[in-house]
Design a protein around this ligand. Structure first.
Ligand SMILES: O=C(O)CCC(=O)C(=O)O
Ligand SMILES: [Fe+2]
Length: 260
């Protein structure tokens, strides 16, 4: 049976993370990962940020930073790596004088996981981490899975054994914005078959009801397995704002790799 684990940052363990990879846990929920006053101080700054831009594949999703999933050719790959440190620093500056929640997250995962965690590098080039995502009122994040492999260099030298996702919530609408988890991992071929001609994601009516529906609060951290089908319901008032992170798993004794 898959469970939803509630933990403090200090309590997150190696076994908790392994449970997500192995499918014995559906999610790890850390309420209040970011203190209330830190969230309050950052909220205005992110919502009105001048460098907020539309996601390459779908401009109804805005973001600050540049996601690995936006890489589509060698030019965007070069841009992703060239901007990685500036994009990390921008969020660090935005949260100053408080710690950037993405930095704290990196430290907590490094402490919790026996072999530690560090920034992903692809062929010696550092990844970005800490993308700030906006889901405006009425925008539906359809059921989908995530996989680093979709955007890796074609040489096939980099392989993950599993992938996890960690979101930190900065703004949550009063109505809507629930995270839906189906707890099923279709695998890449079955997912593509389900997806058919759609550019991105699945339709809700292709699936049964989700196994779990979670409404996080601002300041919460939530870890999940994004190779299992998941979705976010549209918000009916304010934008839903998150900091998104992925974790690459290579085996229980190997370090985790972190990126956005
Ligand atoms: O924003 C969320 O709650 C989940 C976003 C998502 O699709 C993911 O973490 O892979
Ligand atoms: Fe996702």
């Amino acid at each position: 049976m898959q469970i939803l684990t509630r933990k403090t940052a200090r309590q997150i363990s190696h076994e908790d993370i392994l449970g997500l990879v192995e499918g014995t846990a559906l999610a790890i929920h850390v309420p209040g990962f970011v203190p209330e006053d830190v969230v309050a101080a950052a909220r205005e700054k992110v919502i009105d940020h001048p460098e907020k831009g539309g996601l390459s594949q779908d401009t109804s999703f805005q973001r600050i930073g540049f996601a690995y999933s936006e890489i589509s050719d060698e030019a965007s790959r070069d841009l992703y790596h060239a901007q990685a440190r500036d994009n990390i620093q921008r969020m660090r500056d935005l949260f100053a004088p408080y710690a950037s929640p993405s930095d704290t997250f990196r430290a907590v995962v490094d402490e919790a996981w026996n072999a530690g965690a560090s920034l992903l590098d692809i062929a010696g080039r550092k990844a970005f981490i800490g993308i700030c995502r906006f889901q405006d009122k009425g925008v539906d994040l359809n059921p989908h899975t995530d996989a680093l492999e979709r955007n890796l260099p074609a040489d096939g030298t980099h392989r993950l054994a599993a992938q996890l996702s960690a979101n930190i919530y900065l703004n949550i609408p009063r109505q809507g914005g629930e995270l839906e988890l189906w707890g099923t991992e279709p695998g890449e071929d079955a997912y593509n078959e389900l997806k058919g001609e759609r550019v991105w994601g699945l339709e809700r009516d292709q699936l049964g009801p989700p196994k779990e529906v979670i409404k996080p609060e601002p300041g919460d951290l939530l870890l999940l397995n994004p190779r299992q089908i998941h979705a976010v319901r549209p918000s009916s008032d304010e934008p839903r704002v998150t900091l998104g992170h992925f974790l690459g798993f290579y085996g229980p004794d190997r370090p985790l790799a972190l990126w956005s």
